[in-house]
Design a binder for this molecule. Structure first.
Ligand code: PRT
Ligand code: ZN
Length: 210
C-alpha cells in the first residue's frame, strides 16, 4: 500500500483528486476525513496542509505527495521531485505600489519586502546583488505596503487581479511554479513498483489531456 499526501482544502485539492480519479482509482472522498483508502488500487490518501506535505514525504510518513514547487523549493526539499504535473501554474513575483517609479531591481536596495517565501526571495536577491530587509508574514502579504509594513511584496501571482485590486504592479518574476509529484527517497521495492504503476497511469492521463 502506497500513501499519497495531498492538500486537504485549497487550490491544489481538486486537481490532485481529479488526477487520481482520472487514473481510474476510486475512493470514498470526504473533506472531513484525514485519510481514505482507495478501493481498486493499493493507495491510501492523506489530506494535509500543503506546507506539511514535503516534510511528511521526506520523513516517510507519506510515501509520495502532490505540492507546489514554490512550497517544495522554499522548504529546501526539491530533491524529492519525481515530475511536474502541469496544473496549479503560478509565479512568485515582486510587486510595488502602482504609483512608484521602478526602473530596475536595484531600486529595491535597502527596502523592506514582505513575503511568505523568504528563502526563495533571499536566493533571488543574492543572485541579483540586492540587499533588502525581508519580513516574513504568513498571509495577506498584498496589504503590507498599504499598512506601511513594507515598500514591496513578493507573493504568488496567477491572473494578477489580486495585485491590481491592491494597487500594486508586478515588477520582477522570482520563481515559476506548478504542482509536482514528490516521493520519499527510500521507498521499498514493493512501494516503488506501486509508484511505477501509478506513474504509468498518470502519463496516460497526461497524454489524453493533450
Ligand atoms: O491551507 P493550506 O496551507 O493547505 O493552503 P495555502 O493557503 O497555503 O495554499 P493555497 O491553497 O492558497 O495554494 C496552494 C498552492 O497553489 C500554492 O502553493 C501554489 O503552488 C498554487 N497556486 C496557484 C496559488 C495560486 N495559483 C494563487 N493564485 N497559490 C496562491 N495563490 C494566491 C496568491 O497568494 C494571491 O493571494 O492567489 C492570489 C493571487 O491570485 P491572482 O489570480 O489574483 O493573481
Ligand atoms: Zn499552506
Amino acid at each position: 500500500m502506497l500513501r499519497i499526501a495531498i492538500q486537504k482544502s485549497g487550490r491544489l485539492s481538486e486537481e490532485s483528486l481529479n488526477l487520481i480519479r482520472e487514473c481510474g482509482i476510486s475512493f470514498i472522498g470526504s473533506s472531513l476525513k484525514l485519510k481514505t483508502e482507495c478501493t481498486n488500487f493499493p493507495l491510501e490518501i492523506l489530506f494535509l496542509r500543503d506546507d506539511d506535505i514535503p516534510g511528511y514525504v521526506a520523513d516517510g510518513v507519506a510515501d509520495i505527495g502532490i505540492v507546489g514547487q514554490n512550497v517544495l523549493v522554499e522548504e529546501g526539499k526539491e530533491e524529492l521531485t519525481v515530475e511536474a504535473l502541469g496544473f496549479s501554474k503560478c509565479r512568485l513575483s515582486l510587486a510595488v505600489p502602482k504609483s512608484d517609479e521602478y526602473s530596475s531591481i536595484q531600486d529595491l536596495n535597502g527596502k523592506n519586502i514582505a513575503t511568505s517565501y523568504p528563502n526563495l526571495l533571499q536566493a533571488f536577491l543574492d543572485k541579483q546583488g540586492v540587499q533588502a530587509q525581508i519580513h516574513t508574514i504568513s498571509g495577506s502579504v498584498e496589504i503590507a505596503p498599504s499598512i506601511g509594513l513594507a515598500e514591496a511584496i513578493c507573493d504568488i501571482v496567477s491572473s494578477g487581479s489580486t495585485l491590481i485590486s491592491n494597487g500594486l504592479k508586478e515588477v520582477e518574476r522570482v520563481f515559476k511554479s506548478e504542482a509536482v509529484l514528490i516521493a520519499n527517497q527510500e521507498l521499498t521495492q514493493e512501494k516503488r513498483q506501486v509508484l511505477e504503476k501509478l506513474l504509468f497511469r498518470i502519463h496516460a492521463v497526461q497524454r489524453a489531456r493533450k
